[in-house]
Design a protein around this ligand. Structure first.
Ligand code: KDG
Ligand code: MG
Length: 405
């Protein structure tokens, strides 16, 4: 069996996705997600010009060797574009191996550790009341864990919340140039305690609560926030501060017992090695698409398990259903799986392009026993929905200084 062709598709069913199809001489093919939000065409060019030609003729079963060839074998390591390309090839090869074996990928990883994958859903509101109305609706659908994001009074736009009431799915799509948002830590601190105070009063103590700070705070501000929210017993605080300096989390950790989660922008184990090894975080949120695929996430999960760190994979709308499927197989296997972020299955166009077999029952995702990853890609439907240049926003402080988005 050998790799005969590698095709790269970019389509926009509501937002852009880069999809890789690895085709073998037997006709069996595998699919991978290579979407890097706002940088889609860079990954397309990288895959077509620098990755695909090196793989034609190779045995698709040599997943580890191909991963090492693309990572260790080159001088330029790491980085989101490179790692998304490796990730997509890797997912496609696991998909092929599963199809050849007639087994779902989780069986190749070691089998099921649990009956389903616990999800956390998003409640994003224009006001605290609106956020909690949405959280109540999700709880009544069966979700046991909810991420709460509420607009910050006095700011134009707040991360996760849309002024024009569009769906979160569209949040990062269809913008020909980067829009700008503003940030005030003082205004945020005036809102955030009240959000969780009202949440516990209305939703009770049983529901698991999560909040994404989206890296807007300095480490000492995150420490203050973690301490302030301890009484509301969050499952975790996500991306409280940037951790380009992994030591930042020592500052946070020494002040608060609120659990910390980070990792959605990380590309390798090296980006989170100290955070995990020093037990500075509780959940590692790497995504298969951005951190080197199933081979890499399996290694990160195993490393994290030694240090009591659980996995909580990123599940934003800019990860395609192929990535979600890869997460499902990892989540159902990983002994140290924590929780999966979930924003729904997207709009009708997206569901027409990507046919997947994941179902949700009572806040839990169920993985099917279809061989491979269990996703199909409709090339004709994708062709009808061409790429549209779009960007994530840029953030500024109220005095105009560029800040972390
Ligand atoms: O591409 C950026 C998004 O994936 C990110 O803003 C979403 O933070 C996010 C989350 O937790 O889903
Ligand atoms: Mg996040």
């Amino acid at each position: 069996m050998f790799i005969k062709d590698i095709k790269v598709f970019v389509c926009s069913p509501g937002r852009n996705f880069v999809t890789v199809k690895v085709i073998t001489d037997t006709g069996i093919f595998g699919l991978g997600d290579a979407t890097v939000n706002g940088r889609e065409m860079a990954v397309v060019a990288f895959l077509q010009e620098h990755v695909a030609p090196c793989l034609i003729g190779r045995n698709p079963h040599d997943i580890e060797d191909i991963w090492q060839y693309l990572y260790r074998g080159v001088y330029w390591r790491k980085g989101p574009i490179n790692m998304a390309a490796i990730a997509a090839i890797d997912m496609a090869l696991w998909d092929i191996k599963g199809k050849v074996a007639g087994l779902p990928v989780y069986q190749l990883l070691g089998g099921k550790s649990r009956k389903g994958v616990t999800l956390y859903a998003h409640a994003n509101g224009e006001s605290i009341t609106d956020t909690l109305d949405k959280a109540e609706a999700l709880i009544s659908q069966g979700f046991k864990a909810i991420r709460l994001q509420s607009a910050i009074p006095g700011l134009k736009v707040t991360y996760g919340v849309l002024g024009d009431k569009k769906d979160y799915f569209e949040l990062q799509g269809n913008r020909p140039l980067p829009p700008e948002e503003d940030w005030s830590t003082a205004k945020y601190f005036q809102m955030i305690d009240e959000l969780f105070k009202q949440a516990r009063a209305r939703l009770g103590d049983e529901v698991q609560l999560v909040h994404d700070v989206h890296s807007r705070l300095t480490p000492i501000e995150s420490a203050k926030l973690g301490k302030m929210l301890e009484k509301y017993n969050l499952l975790f605080l996500e991306d409280a501060s940037m951790a380009e300096n992994q030591e930042n989390y020592r500052v946070i950790r020494q002040h608060t017992t609120t659990p910390m989660a980070i990792g959605e922008t990380y590309n390798t184990l090296w980006d989170c090695k100290d955070l995990i090894q020093e037990q500075l975080i509780d959940y590692i949120r790497v995504a298969a698409t951005h951190a080197g695929g199933i081979t890499s996430l399996r290694r990160i999960a195993d490393f994290a398990s030694i240090f009591n760190v659980k996995t909580a994979p990123h599940g934003a709308p800019d990860l395609s259903p192929i990535c979600l499927a890869a997460h499902m197989h990892l989540n159902i296997w990983a002994p140290n799986f924590g929780i999966q972020e979930f924003v729904g299955f997207g709009n009708e166009q997206l569901q027409a392009v990507f046919k997947h077999s994941v179902t949700v029952e009572n806040g839990m995702a169920m993985v099917s026993d279809e061989p491979g990853l269990g996703v199909d890609f409709d090339e004709d439907a994708a062709k009808e929905l061409p790429y549209k240049r779009s960007y994530l926003p840029v953030c500024r402080l109220e005095d105009g200084t560029v800040w972390n988005w």
